[in-house]
Design a protein around this ligand. Structure first.
Ligand code: CUA
Length: 334
C-alpha cells in the first residue's frame, strides 16, 4: 500500500502545473508544425514508420494473447510452421518497404537542395551567438548581420556552417533537421521554406554555460519583402541627427565597442562581436536572450554579465550620460 501513497498526494494542482509545462510547446517555440519541404518529407516518412511498426506491434501482441489463451496442444509444431513462414515473409516485406520509403525520402530531400536560384548564406557559430553573411551575385551585395535569418518562401537556401570555437548544432525544427558546426571544418545544410511565418532556431548541442541562450530569429517572408530587407541591410548606418546620438556614435567609434564590433559607414570594422550596422532592426538582443527595445539595450550594455553570465560582452562601466548617448545612437541603427 505504501506505493500508492505517492499517487494519493497528487492533487488537481499537480495536473495544472503539468499542463503549464506543456504550454511551453506552443507559439513559435512549437517544433511540430512543418513549414519546409524537408520537414514535410520527414513527417510523411515518420507517419509511414508509425503505421507499419504499429500494425506489426498489434499483430505480435494479438498472436501472443492467442497463444497464451490456447495453451500448448498435441502436434502443435505442425500447425506453427506455416504461420512462422508467413510471419517471416511479412517482416521481410515490411523492412524492405521501410528501407525503400527512407530511400525515396532521401532522394526527395536531395532534389529540394538542387533547385535553381538558391539563397547563399554563411552561418558562423560563436559562444554564444550566430554570425550571418548573405552572399549576392557580387561582393558589394554581401550583407552581414547576427542572430537573425530572413528567408524567402519557396526558394531553396544553401547555408554553409562554420564555428569559431567549440562544436555547436544548427537547428530550425520547423524547417529541417540538425547539422553540426565544427571548428576547422565546413559543413552545410539546405532548406526550402514553404510557409511564411516567424520561427525559432536554437543551438542543439551543449556548447557552454549560455548554450540555451543561443537562439536564431527566423523570418520566412514573401520574396519581395525579403529583397526589401536585403536592400535595407546593404545601406550604411544612418548619420546621427541629434547631439546625443552624435555623442553615442563618437563613444562607440573611439572607445571599447570599436575593438569587437563593426558598423558600416563608420571607421569601426571588427568581427569579434555581432555587426551593429542595423542592430535596432533585429528582433532580439544577445541571440534571443532579450527582446529588442530601449530598456533591454540599457540593461544589456550596462550589465552584460548580469543578463548573460559568461558571455564575451564585457562590463565596461559607462557613465549614465555615456549610456544614454550610446543607446540613443544604437536605436537609430534600423
Ligand atoms: Cu551553441 Cu549550444
Amino acid at each position: 500500500m505504501r506505493r500508492r501513497e505517492g499517487f494519493d498526494k497528487l492533487s488537481p494542482n499537480h495536473f495544472v502545473v503539468f499542463c503549464l509545462g506543456l504550454s511551453g510547446c506552443a507559439g513559435k517555440q512549437n517544433i511540430l508544425p512543418s513549414a519546409g519541404a524537408h520537414t514535410d518529407a520527414f513527417n510523411t516518412l515518420f507517419l509511414v514508420f508509425l503505421i507499419v511498426c504499429g500494425v506489426m506491434y498489434a499483430l505480435v501482441i494479438g498472436f501472443l494473447a492467442l497463444a497464451i489463451l490456447r495453451g500448448r496442444r498435441e502436434g502443435g509444431d505442425d500447425q506453427v510452421r506455416p504461420v512462422f513462414k508467413a510471419w517471416v515473409g511479412l517482416i521481410t516485406i515490411g523492412l524492405i518497404g521501410l528501407a525503400f520509403a527512407s530511400w525515396l525520402t532521401d532522394r526527395a530531400m536531395a532534389s529540394y537542395a538542387a533547385q535553381p536560384n538558391p539563397v547563399r548564406i554563411r552561418l558562423t557559430a560563436n559562444q554564444w551567438w550566430w554570425s550571418v553573411e548573405y552572399f549576392g551575385s557580387y561582393p558589394g551585395e554581401t550583407v552581414r548581420t547576427a542572430n537573425e535569418l530572413h528567408l524567402p518562401v519557396g526558394r531553396p537556401v544553401h547555408i554553409e556552417l562554420a564555428s569559431n570555437d567549440v562544436i555547436h548544432s544548427f537547428w530550425i525544427p520547423n524547417l529541417a533537421g540538425k547539422q553540426d558546426l565544427i571548428p576547422g571544418r565546413r559543413t552545410d545544410i539546405a532548406l526550402l521554406p514553404r510557409r511564411t511565418g516567424q520561427f525559432r532556431g536554437q543551438c542543439a548541442e551543449f556548447c557552454g554555460a549560455q548554450h540555451a541562450h543561443m537562439a536564431l530569429d527566423v523570418m520566412v517572408e514573401p520574396e519581395a519583402q525579403f529583397l526589401n530587407w536585403w536592400r535595407s541591410q546593404l545601406k550604411p548606418a544612418p548619420a546621427p541627427r541629434t547631439r546625443l546620438e552624435q555623442a553615442g556614435a563618437n563613444y562607440i567609434v573611439s572607445r571599447e565597442c570599436s575593438v569587437c564590433h563593426a558598423i558600416t559607414g563608420t571607421p569601426i570594422n571588427a568581427r569579434v562581436g555581432p555587426d551593429l550596422t542595423h542592430v535596432a532592426s533585429r528582433k532580439s538582443i544577445a541571440a534571443g536572450t532579450l527582446p529588442m527595445n530601449r530598456g533591454n539595450l540599457y540593461a544589456w550594455i550596462a550589465d552584460p554579465q548580469g543578463v548573460k553570465p559568461g558571455s564575451r560582452m564585457p562590463y565596461i562601466g559607462l557613465e549614465p550620460r555615456e549610456l544614454d548617448a550610446v543607446v540613443a545612437y544604437l536605436e537609430t541603427l534600423k
